[in-house]
Write a protein that binds this ligand. Structure first.
Ligand SMILES: C[S@@+](CC[C@H](N)C(=O)[O-])C[C@H]1O[C@@H](n2cnc3c(N)ncnc32)[C@H](O)[C@@H]1O
Length: 211
């Protein structure tokens, strides 16, 4: 079990994921607006775990270059279909993980990961990789579920659901631990925000800056 089985899970889920509605549209709009305000028109941006490209298609025209990536070729195929229907010259989609981004593609001014970090197998290693892909003082922006802060019953349900192929791999960490890991990878934390407009927010929006 590893990256290729994760990619297969998301490939299988991609059409259904594309059809599913955003659970908190107003919260999502806050995230898009806040992120847009943090990006500058001359920026080179990398998005990791971009899924079907919804956020990339919202943000890419505001920056110089926007490379949106995902481990799943199924997700990227759907993103490219959407991009063909709504072309944005600064945007490119590519099937890739943080580890597979060629060093010559870097440095980026900002790296974005939405609903992504809880899915990586080696959180400290991926954060170091992200750090390496950023320019000095570049921004890393994340909003991801912190399963360790959620209902313990969910944590118990995850392994059997994973075993029968109906749930993906998910790391179990709390927001406090995630922030410690981001700091340990060489970042200053600039902001930790809650963007949800309903329910308890276990998906902190974190803005970090490479030292
Ligand atoms: C829950 S979806 C989120 C998609 C999108 N960012 C959003 O917020 O709608 C998670 C995405 O992360 C991708 N993913 C999972 N593990 C990954 C990894 N190690 N590297 C890159 N992408 C990954 C999946 O293929 C999937 O498209």
């Amino acid at each position: 079990m590893g990256l290729s089985s994760d990619a297969r899970f998301w490939d299988r889920s991609s059409r259904k994921y594309a059809r599913s509605a955003i659970s908190d549209q107003a919260g999502y709009e806050r995230t898009v607006a806040r992120t847009r305000a943090l990006l500058r028109s001359g920026d080179r941006v990398l998005e990791l775990g971009c899924g079907t490209g919804t956020t990339a298609l919202r943000l890419a025209s505001d920056v110089r270059d926007y490379l949106a990536t995902d481990v799943s070729i199924g997700m990227i195929a759907i993103a490219n279909e959407k991009h063909t229907a709504t072309p944005i010259p600064s945007l490119a989609f590519r099937a890739a993980t943080a580890e597979a981004i060629a060093p010559e593609t870097a440095p980026f001014d900002a790296v974005l990961g939405f609903n992504y970090l809880h899915l990586v197998r080696d959180l400290p290693g991926t954060l170091l990789r992200i750090h390496g892909l950023l320019a000095t003082e570049g921004l890393f922006i994340s909003k991801t579920p912190c399963v360790g802060d959620m209902n313990p019953l969910l944590r118990l349900a995850l392994p059997p659901m994973r075993a029968i192929g109906v749930a993906p791999y998910a790391g179990v960490f709390r927001a406090t631990t995630l922030i410690e890991h981001i700091r340990a990878a060489g970042f200053d934390i600039l902001a930790t925000e809650n963007h949800a407009t309903k329910g308890t927010d276990n998906r902190p929006y974190i803005v970090a800056r490479k030292k």
